[in-house]
Design a protein around this ligand. Structure first.
Ligand SMILES: CC(C)(COP(=O)(O)OP(=O)(O)OC[C@H]1O[C@@H](n2cnc3c(N)ncnc32)[C@H](O)[C@@H]1OP(=O)(O)O)[C@@H](O)C(=O)NCCC(=O)NCCS
Length: 159
């Protein structure tokens, strides 16, 4: 187990490391301004895990208003997990779990009623992680990703 993992809110000085982790770990990549836009808009749900000065993982989210994914009839505030990744050498140390837990607490502070995310149907690792946190797979979005892969939409009520 890796010790001395700490968690804090993202700061602008973290941008290069976070962008690098995003490019290394995920096929969905964004330009720097997108990361900063989410940071300026929703700082409490943009969290990093660090080991010393090295960033081991991040999560960034957005708060949206729209139809509930859980109770179809109401308009609610929803936390949306936009991107999460942990660099390979630090995986399986509970970092992903802790990042999401902390982001859920941040969403609750923004008064979100629920959280949702999309995950590739082939990404068993992430699907297991989300299930462990109590997310439910509620539908399949066919061809959601640019390469044509479908996504599961997964949701969790807050708190
Ligand atoms: C998904 C990811 C963020 C998980 O991060 P992590 O820090 O390794 O996850 P954790 O150590 O917190 O694992 C928590 C749970 O997730 C599941 N899990 C994690 N890694 C797994 C693996 N390799 N195989 C199966 N289940 C796994 C397990 O249920 C695990 O609980 P357990 O250790 O008690 O069995 C990481 O693998 C990653 O960055 N993947 C590439 C990017 C990605 O796919 N992001 C998600 C896009 S939707």
């Amino acid at each position: 187990m890796v010790e001395d993992i700490s968690y804090r809110l993202f700061e602008e000085r973290d941008l290069d490391q976070v962008v690098n982790i995003n490019w290394t770990c995920l096929p969905e990549n964004y330009n720097n301004s997108f990361f900063l836009e989410l940071f300026y808009g929703f700082p409490k749900t943009f969290i990093i895990a660090s080991v010393g000065s090295k960033i081991a993982g991040y999560i960034m989210c957005r708060i949206e208003t729209g139809f509930s994914e859980v109770k179809k009839i109401s308009i609610v505030k929803k936390g949306h997990v936009v991107s999460i990744a942990v660099i390979p050498e630090y995986r399986r140390n509970g970092i992903g779990y802790n990042l999401i837990s902390k982001a859920l607490a941040g969403m609750f502070e923004y008064r979100a009623n629920e959280c949702y995310l999309e995950v590739r149907v082939s990404n068993d690792t992430a699907i297991n992680l989300y299930k462990k946190l109590g997310f439910k797979q509620i539908k399949t979005i066919n061809g959601y990703y640019k390469d044509g892969e479908s996504a599961y939409l997964m949701t969790k009520s807050l708190p």
